[in-house]
Design a binder for this molecule. Sequence first.
Ligand code: ARG
Length: 570
Amino acid sequence: MSYKQQVAEKIASALVNLGVEEFSAEKVRDMLETPPNPAMGDIAFPCFQLAKALRKAPPMIAGELAGQISGAPLSQVQAVGPYVNVFLDQQSVAKEVVGTILAKGSAYGDRNIGQGRHVPIDLSSPNIAKPFSMGHLRSTVIGNALANIMEKHGYKPVRINHLGDWGTQFGKLIVAYKKWGDEEKVKAEPIKELLQLYVRFHEEAEKDPTLEDLGREWFKKLEDGDEEAKRLWQWFRDESLKEFMKIYELMGVHFDSFHGEAFYNDKMDRVVAMLEEKGLLVESEGALVVPLDEYDMPPCLIKKSDGATLYATRDLAAALYRHETYDFAKALYVVGGEQRLHFQQLYKVLEKMGFEWAKEMYHVPFGMMLKDGKKMSTRKGKVVLLEEVLAQAIADVLKVIEEKNPTLVNKEAVARQVGVGAVIFHDLKNFRLNDINFSWEEMLTFEGETGPYVQYTHARACSLLRKGGYQPGEVKLAEGSLDSKEAWAVITLLNSFPEVIDRARENFDPSQIGKYVIDLAQQFNKFYANVRILAEEDAIKASRLQLVAAVVVVLKEGLRLLGLQAPEEM
Ligand code: ARG
């Protein structure tokens, strides 16, 4: 049980003694505050809300209440104005927190809220034959972290890469390839080459509009299973995916499913039939739509006048498929904020179809990646290939390592972990809805609020353990070994890690953990700078090293949840 919980229960039962019944421990817990200054205690309980029930002034209530609360883990209870301020017994809390962390290791903070139920997470989902954009990077990084967080709390995440591998553009691409394509070139640089073919198609189609018809014809052939069309499509898809896989491998992200839009090609008739049967389809200018006027939304387009299905149709089929396959507890869609309306329409249509479970579908939107105040573009000839960003980050880190620690073994591997980590962390330290300013300096410095900083702090702590000859074993904290204010700040942070993960899960917000590991790294570095460790006598040194070991566990686990590795030396 957390300390807050224990304190809340003591206060709740004291309140019952004072004759107030309506404040449960749960409610009290939510009212607890952290005093602005550690000298005022560790936990504060404001008494304003009790004034009515007790018909007394809050300071008086605080005084009465303070006299009724005592016992472990409290060392002192004071009434200060309308507040009851509680001091925790640092020695026993330290022992409990450090002991728990060292006993549980990376399982510290595990919970079983999900009870093994599935959570499909739609993430990354780039488009075949198009560059992997910064938006796809954000989706990959945020979605992967959310999957780790859900898993930590007992859910079974299913990472689904809903590839954009279907649609009329593939008819156009086939036409362009047949006219102007070169097999060798596509094999050498698939995305670049296919993108060029696609661009050329549009240029030529301006002069010769019959090309558009040809494109439609080939997409129709593809939908109907024509051999040649299928073979080319499959090849474009394989080659593009091969290129995307390089990025995923570098980033250490894996997927449980690559069922993209094409997978639903044969599953859409059923959706259209269901919509028909439920009387939800309306004809509008030859197309079939589900009107959503009652929600002040434009209608959801289901079928075009030429019979072709759409992005939304495929997402409807995908939602049904995911529900039937995974019987999910929740389903997440980690997709940029530009698609907010699309997902709102999707949920409303499913609701109109009578599917209660649509309430458990969540669009998890995010902001844009900006460079010099403008959206980072992957089109317009200038392709900011993510692979280049990652390669650059790795090369920069390698340079720093060559300078600072030239004898490090595995330099390349460490540079990869830190370079990639820098890119991931640069994203996840920000609340996802905020736009991010892409900045090399901000991303790569070992000193600011960065991935490398947290990783470096972790490595320093590991090296301290090595130098001190730390041995895992029973936690014994020598009297007075951890009574500095620096140690206490580290301990209270360590203690709050589980709550931080709770908040991250509840709000689909990995930045809670990103900010937390920065805090912990900073507090730890203050502790390290102000408190002697290795030069102390054995019992004190051993106690302090145990705190360091607990910090190592939590930093590493926090980084892991975000999708970063934690090298032990760098
Ligand atoms: N391929 C789409 C894009 O790049 C993202 C797909 C998101 N997932 C979904 N189920 N609609 O914009």
